[in-house]
Ligand binder design. Structure first.
Ligand SMILES: NC(=O)c1ccc[n+]([C@@H]2O[C@H](COP(=O)([O-])OP(=O)(O)OC[C@H]3O[C@@H](n4cnc5c(N)ncnc54)[C@H](OP(=O)(O)O)[C@@H]3O)[C@@H](O)[C@H]2O)c1
Length: 315
């Protein structure tokens, strides 16, 4: 039965575009009941991502005010018309509707655009860490053509998207070479990847490790100037895809995930991946958790580009 009463919520949002530390505020607002095909949740955990700060700077610009926090888990407290697959009181997780509301996941209450039950064995924070990393990694690997028998180099496997991409590529039967810093190198190696450091000297390190060029390269590192070396390693820019350095991609002829005609953000796989995570067979590491009013600390950690796992708000 659809429910539609409004609720009062605290929310981290911006009223004008600009640098996140300058434009973001913790506000009080009223959140209406969910529209058709949406559910509203009492937020238990919300993942923060570099994309949140990009929204503040004008990515996907639209009506203001607008919230941050694009992925969340929470207890369903209201459902929109025609929603029949979830119960009030159920713990679910998924991507947040940040476009059609004036607040998003960094709030006490939020509207989800897709939802998946959190399986037993997975906690609310680790569920909230999944949607962005998994759905972007999965869709990008689809477009790149990662399949059994291919060798794929994942540059930036210590990012949350990269950590997901390594596990998904291995699940597909690909051979994986990963670049990462020391934080996750051992875990990536234990998954079955060959791991080396990112940065200067990468082509030389890889040619010592590999007997031939990788078939495919996925660059998921924060913008780092690595693309020319990745093209050199692959031998052809069309075998390289980036999800971050779009300016260099244009110059070099490298593919960009968001410009791929077949790119789908694969929220449809979240149920399967959550089940694996509940069984301990998939993970996105959490770096730190924060109370909602500590969002500024989370921002400053994220902006170092050394978060070392997902940053999670616990409203
Ligand atoms: N286009 C899209 O669809 C899309 C979607 C989501 C994210 N993105 C972009 O993808 C990138 C990754 O996102 P995320 O949320 O997964 O990031 P993240 O987890 O916040 O990335 C932080 C991690 O990057 C690693 N890192 C830092 N400098 C690096 C370098 N020079 N080379 C390789 N790794 C480096 C560090 O890990 P270690 O040093 O410990 O290895 C650090 O912990 C971001 O640039 C983000 O904006 C794009």
């Amino acid at each position: 039965m659809p429910t539609s009463a409004s609720v009062q919520t605290r929310t981290v949002r911006f009223q004008t575009y600009g640098e996140p530390a300058e434009v973001l505020r913790l506000d009080e607002t009223t959140l209406p009941g969910p529209a058709d095909q949406r559910v509203r949740v009492k937020v238990q955990a919300c993942g923060l991502n570099p994309a949140d700060w990009a929204l503040c700077r004008g990515l996907f610009a639209g009506s203001l005010p607008r919230g941050i926090g694009l992925e969340a888990s929470g207890i369903v407290d209201a459902v929109g018309k025609d929603v029949t697959d979830v119960e009030i009181g159920q713990l679910v997780f998924g991507p947040v509707d940040f476009v059609n509301t004036s607040s998003a996941g960094a709030s006490d209450y939020a509207i989800l655009q897709h939802w998946t039950p959190v399986p037993e064995g997975l906690d609310a924070a680790h569920a909230a860490a999944l949607p962005m990393a998994v759905a972007i990694a999965y869709g990008s690997l689809d477009c790149l053509g990662v399949e059994p028998g291919k060798t794929v180099l994942i540059n930036g496997a210590g990012t949350t998207v990269g950590f997901a991409a390594v596990q998904i590529s291995l699940m597909r039967g690909a051979r994986v070479i990963a670049t990462a810093g020391p934080t996750f190198a051992d875990r990536l190696h234990a998954f079955g990847a060959v791991v080396t450091a990112y940065g200067e000297g990468l082509p030389e390190r890889l040619s010592a490790l590999l007997d031939k060029s990788p078939d495919l390269v996925l660059d998921v590192a924060p913008v780092s100037g690595a693309l020319p070396a990745l093209v050199q390693i692959a031998g052809d820019p069309k075998r390289v895809m980036t999800i971050s350095d779009f300016a260099a991609a244009k110059t070099l002829g490298v593919r960009s995930n968001l410009e791929e005609p077949g790119m789908r953000i694969r929220y449809d796989v979240l149920r399967e991946i959550a089940d694996l995570a509940a069984e301990g067979r998939f993970s996105i590491p959490i770096a730190r958790t924060f109370a909602l009013d500590e969002w500024k600390t989370a921002l400053s950690v994220s902006e170092t580009q050394q978060a070392r796992g997902k940053l999670i708000l616990l409203p």
